[in-house]
Write a protein of this length. Structure first.
Length: 534
């Protein structure tokens, strides 16, 4: 009789001990009552634990669930590429290729290639566009020039196939691991500016900017913006997580240190998407700590950013630590304490004015955000349009767009990057390639849009990240640094239809009960996993 009573009370978090202890005391003196006592006391003692149980079990499962091997290899490959200048040069590309092949092989061992992989919209679009790049290059007599373009497209397809084999309850962890790669970029860029270490920092236009391990400030911003948006979205689901808040602050501070105008535009667009999907109030409450902390951290770095100013490494380090502390601390305090902290932030920033903050900020604003954009970007765009006019349908061929224009002094200048990836593809692959690219992007957005509901706040962050990269790509040549598009595609992969419910399990698209229709919905799959685990 005690055995029949214990399993019902053991499910509750509160009251299980007392409820379990009382029947043994009364059983000896009243042998006939243990059968009726459970029926009388069970509703009051077990009703609340039973309603709380479905809420606590999934979260515990997600937090404790490790990533499968193929996901770990994928994250390691992206991290290695981030260290190796983003995979821009051949050595980094080979390192990234080896890692992606290993991740794909490990993923296919979990579940073999199926027709659903081939029908996942972005995958056939990538293959088709890669085939056109190879065909166009071969048509021009130089098939080797298609290796970079076709390789990137096939890598995108491989990343999606790998992510499909990550179970729904493991995908938040996968997104967190990809976001963590941004820490490498943010810290290296910050240290590069604070200590003036090249190539982690660059000094064009008399300003030291965070170039990070990618060795290009705008590329660093191109990677950090999507990761910041996903970090903020995940923070809305866990507002009392100080480490998450501090890390989001670190990413924001690293992004600010790049002084990227395109990054600022992309961040604004991404935040607008987040505000629409999550609500402006919810987003503001979650982002307040990281934003205030980043402001304090940047206030200590800005005085040393003008090239003619002395380094202030100690000040930058103290300010960054203080900013991280503010971001983490705001997760614990209420409104009154938050107001006090806000006043402290204002006082801290004003205290830095005597050490050159005001003059440095004025110099940065004048050089980066007030002065007109570089004239050579306009010249590059005009040169690209001239190439398009010459071969509008098929383009010049992949990696063969040579841009010529005359500078103000009359000298002939040559460039290869348009600082606009859409215009670059149009010039190299013609209208055929541009249409193929737009179809690929549309299918990727469609996949993210359809999977956003099951992914919750993370889905909103992924949608904002994809949107931000799409906008930023019209302002710089970000796709030539492979780690940037591949990291964003890995984030988008968390919304792809799952191929497994748990590692080694049957495909998620199979019905779990007789008569139940197949589903690719992440939320539904997560519920099935929860039922099985409980």
């Amino acid at each position: 009789m005690r055995l029949a009573f214990r399993p019902r009370t053991a499910e509750g978090r509160e009251g299980a001990g007392p409820a379990d202890a009382r029947p043994p005391q009364t059983a000896p003196s009243q042998p006939a009552q243990p059968q009726t006592a459970p029926s009388q006391t069970a509703p009051s003692q077990t009703a609340q634990p039973q309603t709380a149980q479905p809420q606590t079990a999934p979260s515990q499962t997600v937090q404790a669930e490790p990533l499968p091997l193929h996901a770990l290899i994928l994250v390691a490959a992206l991290a290695a590429a981030a260290v190796a200048q983003g995979g821009y040069h051949l050595a980094g590309q080979l390192l990234l290729a080896v890692g992606l092949v290993a991740a794909l092989v490990a993923a296919l061992r979990v579940q073999r290639w199926t027709a659903r992989d081939a029908l996942l919209g972005p995958v056939p679009a990538c293959v088709a566009l890669a085939a056109w790049a190879v065909l166009r290059a071969a048509w021009g007599g130089v098939p080797a020039t298609s290796v970079r373009t076709a390789g990137l497209l096939l890598a995108i397809a491989a990343v999606l196939v790998v992510c499909r084999r990550v179970a729904p309850h493991q995908r938040d962890a996968l997104a967190g691991a990809v976001v963590a790669i941004g820490g490498i970029v943010a810290v290296s860029g910050w240290v590069g500016v604070a200590a003036r270490i090249e190539p982690w920092a660059s000094d064009p236009q008399t300003l030291w900017r965070a170039a990070s391990t990618l060795s290009y400030a705008n590329a660093a911003a191109g990677l950090l913006v999507p990761l910041v948006l996903v970090a903020l979205a995940r923070l809305t689901a866990r507002p009392r997580a100080p480490l998450h808040a501090a890390f989001a602050c670190l990413l924001l501070a690293g992004l600010g240190a790049t002084l990227s105008r395109g990054g600022a535009v992309a961040l604004a667009v991404g935040l607008a998407v987040l505000a629409v999907r999550l609500g402006p109030g919810r987003l503001a409450r979650s982002a307040a700590g990281p934003v205030l902390g980043a402001i304090v951290g940047l206030a200590g770095l800005v005085p040393a950013m003008p090239r003619l100013e002395p380094t202030r490494t100690g000040l930058a380090a103290v300010a960054l630590l203080a900013g991280l502390g503010i971001a983490a601390g705001l997760t614990y305090v209420g409104r009154r304490q938050a107001t006090v902290l806000l006043a402290g932030v204002v006082i801290s920033v004003l205290a830095l004015v005597p050490v050159g903050l005001a003059s440095a900020a004025a110099t940065i604003s004048n050089l980066r955000f007030v002065a007109a954009a570089s004239a050579y970007r306009t010249d590059e765009a005009n040169a690209a349009l001239q190439l398009i006019a010459e071969q509008p349908l098929i383009g010049t061929g992949p990696s063969r767009a040579a841009l010529y224009w005359h500078g103000d002094d009359g000298h002939l200048l040559i460039g290869h990057y348009v600082h606009n990836e859409y215009l670059q593809v149009f010039a190299e692959l013609g209208l055929i390639g541009l249409v193929g690219l737009l179809v690929l992007l549309a299918l990727l957005v469609r996949m993210v849009w359809r999977g956003r509901t099951g992914a919750g706040a993370l889905g909103a962050g992924v949608l904002a990240a994809v949107t931000a990269l799409a906008v930023h790509s019209s302002l710089d040549f970000l796709w030539h640094v492979p780690v940037i598009p591949l990291a964003v595609v890995a984030l988008a992969g968390v919304t792809a239809p799952a191929a497994v419910r748990q590692e080694g399990a049957i495909p998620a698209t199979r019905a779990t009960t007789r008569g139940e229709p197949p589903t690719n919905d992440l939320h539904a799959n997560d519920l099935h996993t929860t039922k099985e685990s409980v």
